[in-house]
Ligand binder design. Structure first.
Ligand code: CP3
Length: 320
């Protein structure tokens, strides 16, 4: 998940004073930052070091990523005239990304997961101008001008497709579509305003023959809708994993869902929480053990190491 590296001393040494956007423009550094948690922990897949707003920065929309805050937009999306500022990045604008993926697949012996932001979540950043708790401007535009909203989310789908295509063409084995803030929508609004554009992205990925993970936060009411066109649904800790599996059926895999904040508790508590997640899956195939959201920066790397080892021991026992 997001920010796995932030709790590692080697991450801070390698990144130094570079901003996130400066760092992602250096393929060798991206490869190193992506590899660090894989080397250290022995996890079963790598997540590309990037951010969901990187393609928007690449096309010159005017995005900064402020440490401790998140993405900040210089001139937020305010109306139809701003559609002209949105287009898919071209191959030159995607060159750093493709180069980083190429370096990584040559080096890794586990799969590389590429990713993109889903149209709804990207639209929220563009319209609010930064992180938002209630997404008020986003919802006002969505409900007030459906035609403009659909045009906006269609452009954002094209941007996600271009970015994911570059990653898959360069060798990424799977992709994750992050609709982190879709959980603020009712199921009816999700279906009407968000699902269409996300399904376009998922349909494109399906054509390339790589699996897609579809993730959201607080999306317990949206699971079935988010599963359409996805191979894996990512869930946070608010959704009971056993319930998610029962609702989605055996055809859809599930990723999750240990609470990242639980990793700050003493190990006995962390291990009990992790075992509860594994027990909720009850040995069914198609469970990717993961945190339900990003690693908190103050997490002790030793705890993450013990979690990886516990999960691997469990997996070996469950296989027998
Ligand atoms: O762990 C990794 O190294 C993977 C890289 C990664 C980042 N962002 C790097 C990052 C990934 C997978 C993301 C995805 C992302 N970015 C999402 C979707 C996943 C999720 O967490 O829901 C979202 C919503 C964003 C937008 C974003 N960018 C937020 C909310 C923040 C947090 C701000 C903060 O500091 O708490 C960021 C900043 C960000 N993205 C950082 C990193 C390493 C930290 C800031 C920095 O290092 O400059």
């Amino acid at each position: 998940m997001r920010q796995a590296g932030r709790s590692l001393p080697e991450y801070h040494r390698a990144r130094g004073e570079l901003s996130l956007l400066e760092a992602v423009a250096r393929p060798e550094l991206v490869a190193e930052l992506t590899l660090q948690p894989v080397r250290r922990y022995g996890v079963d897949a790598a997540v590309l070091f990037s951010d969901i707003v990187v393609p928007l920065a690449a096309i010159g929309f005017g995005v900064d990523i402020v440490a401790g805050t998140g993405p900040v937009i210089e001139r937020p999306f305010a109306g139809r005239a701003d559609l002209g500022r949105l287009r898919p990045p071209d191959s030159e604008e995607l060159a750093h990304l493709s180069a980083a993926v190429g370096l990584l697949v040559a080096e890794l012996d586990v799969p590389l997961i590429g990713f993109a932001g889903a149209p709804f979540t990207l639209a929220s950043y563009l319209i609010e101008g930064g992180p938002s708790r209630h997404h008020p401007r986003t919802k006002a535009l969505m409900l007030g001008d459906e035609a403009l909203w659909l045009d906006l989310t269609e452009r954002l789908a094209e941007i996600a497709i271009a970015s994911l295509h570059a990653q898959v063409a360069a060798g990424a084995s799977a992709v994750q579509l992050f609709d982190s803030w879709a959980g603020c929508l009712s199921p009816a609004h999700y279906r009407r305003y968000a699902a269409l554009a996300s399904r376009r992205v998922l349909a494109a990925v399906a054509e390339w023959g790589v699996p897609a993970i579809h993730f959201g936060v607080g999306t317990g009411a949206l699971l079935e809708d988010m599963a359409v066109g996805a191979d894996v649904v990512g869930i946070d800790w608010r959704v009971p994993l056993g319930e998610a599996r029962a609702r989605l059926g055996a055809e859809v895999a599930v990723q999750g869902n240990l609470d990242p904040a639980a990793c700050l508790a003493p190990w006995e508590a962390v291990s009990a929480e992790a075992r509860a997640v594994l027990a909720a899956n009850a040995g069914r195939p198609g469970h990717i053990f993961n945190l339900g959201h990003g690693v908190l920066p103050q997490t002790d790397p030793a705890v993450l190491q013990r979690l990886v080892d516990l999960t691997h021991r469990h997996g070996r026992t469950a296989d027998r």
